[in-house]
Design a protein around this ligand. Structure first.
Ligand code: NAD
Ligand code: IPM
Ligand code: MN
Length: 367
């Protein structure tokens, strides 16, 4: 059997810095667990634009379609802010998601005990939190037509279109119900059916899909109220399913329940292929963090936990995924903190690479 294949796209800003730490974990699996990944590396985002004049070269897109999993760091940065829209770094990432048809974006928000004091919310609100946001990723207002900036009379108008077909809602709802079945059998769907027709259809289709999952307790919430409830008492939720834009906002919000945006991993999955596995891309929820890039300050945990999700969802290595998650938990319990996980008081932060090294040491100790 051939080795599992991974395409690594470090991207821009802190992307390459956090990805260097994931490389240490991948090397550890080769050296200590006898699992060798065939790793290739390529460009996406601003660095791809600098090299090829496009945020994602066709050859890179083709490679992404072939490998077992793609691991991406982050894209974007102020240098590229004034580029034509079609050339922006973010378009490279959106093209990957769209052409690989990665419609189910799993964004777990888990509060590690060691960080329960660090969230901006009270400790009992977040301690023990473990929720999963399923964000629709290939449709909605991110991709709907018409879109653009047009002349209208004597002024311009900016247009984006929220659009969902029944089948697009159906398939992401099924992903969420399947996850709920493997967790606590509770699913909350969020939209704005009170003001948007796409929300009305979303609610209808999710309700219909729910008939195939009678064991799952299904509830519906308007997304604005959902944002409020996520900060009031997030532990009322288990799995949340929502559209592309609401999912983007709600997952950044959920990140702060865990202590830092630098903690949140994600998996973007397509439909199962012939081999039973989905096409997949794994990436941290955070961006390229231009404010701290190049300073060794970035927290690599979100990217490392994204690799753990790859072990679980693409490589059938659930026990090893848990091993990586427990190694992260151990270094946090030992008091290691990158700067984003420290308040004003005391303790010196560790660097990105010190955090990676400590996680590798914890993996060693787990054998
Ligand atoms: P951001 O997520 O890059 O940063 C927001 C804040 O969180 C910053 O203060 C940053 O320092 C901090 N932060 C983020 N990740 C961190 C980490 N791992 N460790 C420590 N601190 C961390 O969001 P932004 O500033 O709004 O966007 C910057 C650029 O990144 C933009 O070009 C945006 O489009 C892009 N972006 C890309 C992705 C992606 O590639 N998936 C996601 C979000 C934003
Ligand atoms: C994310 C990011 C992306 C999004 C951008 C960079 C295209 O914010 O992955 O959360 O809006 O989906
Ligand atoms: Mn986002």
């Amino acid at each position: 059997m051939s080795n599992p294949s991974l395409l690594i796209l470090p991207g821009d800003g802190i992307g390459p810095e956090v990805m260097a730490e994931v490389r240490k974990i991948i090397d550890w699996f080769g050296a200590r667990r006898g699992v060798t990944f065939d790793v290739s590396e390529d460009l996406v985002g601003g660095c791809a634009y600098d090299a090829h004049g496009t945020p994602l070269a066709d050859a890179t897109m083709a490679k992404a379609q072939e490998v077992d999993a793609v691991l991406l760091g982050a894209v974007g940065g102020p240098k590229y802010d004034n580029l034509d829209f079609s050339l922006k770094p973010e378009r490279g990432l959106l093209r990957l998601r769209k052409e690989m048809d990665l419609y189910a974006n799993l964004r777990p928000a888990q509060c590690f005990d060691a960080l329960a004091d660090f969230s901006s919310l009270k400790k009992d609100v977040v301690a023990g939190l473990d929720i999963m946001i399923v964000r629709e990723l290939t449709s909605g207002v991110y991709f709907g037509e018409p879109r653009g900036i047009f002349e209208e009379g004597n002024e311009r108008v900016g247009i984006n279109t929220q659009r969902y077909t029944e089948s697009e809602i159906d398939r992401v709802a099924r992903s969420a119900f399947e996850l709920a079945m493997r967790r606590n059998k509770k699913l909350c769907s969020m939209e704005k059916a009170n003001v948007m027709e796409s929300g009305v259809l979303w609610r209808e289709v999710v309700t219909e899909v729910g008939k195939d999952y009678p064991e799952v307790e299904l509830s519906h919430m308007y997304a604005d109220a959902g944002a409020m409830q996520l900060t009031r008492w997030p532990k009322q939720f288990d799995v949340i399913v929502t559209d592309n834009l609401f999912g983007d906002l709600l997952s950044d919000l959920a990140a702060m329940l865990t202590g830092s945006l630098g903690m949140l991993p994600s998996a973007s999955l397509g439909a199962p292929m012939e081999n039973g596995r989905p096409k997949a891309l794994y990436e941290p929820v955070h961006g390229s963090a231009p404010d701290i890039a190049g300073q060794g300050k970035a927290n690599p945990i979100a990217c490392i936990l994204s690799f753990a999700m790859a072990l679980r969802y693409s490589f059938d290595m659930g026990d090893d995924a848990t091993r990586v998650e427990q190694a992260v938990e151990k270094v946090l319990a030992d008091g290691l903190r990158t700067a984003d996980l420290l308040g004003e008081e005391g303790r010196a932060p560790v660097s990105t690479s010190e955090m990676g090294d400590a996680i590798v040491a914890a993996l060693d100790a787990s054998l």
